[in-house]
Write a protein that binds this ligand. Structure first.
Ligand code: UDP
Ligand code: MG
Length: 152
């Protein structure tokens, strides 16, 4: 397994429901290494770039509002962004997070335990985790400057 880096965001529902510590605890327990962390005020532009591949999906506009904390009254649109590094980090963090749809996420995963589908159909799934190596590289470069990430 190659050493990989992956981007994690504690989404506004995770912050509002005080699940940040739980998520970090599970990521740390995996043995992966936290190599970057910061609070970010999510601008409209950053949100749209982060989810650029989903532009045009019916849920896209609400997804932008969701990640900016507009459904959870998040102050300053702030969310916690993290980079974890380690062997097979991308797939391992996806496994800890669980499937995209919280109703399909395995019990015991973060999304399976704490995610919900709203009455309007939005997946509020607590945590973002990069989906593959290309996404991880693009997302990490979007959220972090190289100097903010600890060297390996
Ligand atoms: N999403 C949604 N409805 C859908 C698909 C996705 O609300 O039918 C939201 C959900 O919050 C998800 C995000 O859009 O986490 C990004 O979608 P993606 O397919 O990239 O899933 P992820 O990589 O987050 O598992
Ligand atoms: Mg994705």
């Amino acid at each position: 397994m190659p050493i990989e880096q992956t981007l994690i965001l504690i989404k506004p529902d995770g912050a509002a429901r005080r699940l940040t510590g739980l998520a970090v605890d599970r990521l740390d327990a995996s043995g992966l290494e936290m190599v970057a962390a910061k609070m970010v005020s999510v601008s409209e532009d950053l949100a749209r770039k982060h989810y650029q591949d989903l532009a045009g999906k019916p849920f896209f506009e609400n997804l932008i509002r969701y990640i900016r904390g507009e459904f959870h009254g998040l102050k300053d649109h702030r969310i916690l962004a993290l980079v974890y590094r380690g062997e097979g980090a991308i797939a391992r963090v996806r496994q800890i997070a669980g499937a995209t749809n919280p109703e399909e996420a395995a019990p015991g995963t973060i999304r399976g335990s704490f995610g919900r589908v709203t009455t309007k159909g939005q997946f509020e799934n607590v945590i973002h985790a990069s989906g593959n190596a290309a996404d991880a590289a693009r997302e990490i470069a979007l959220w972090f400057k190289p100097a903010e990430i600890l060297p390996s």
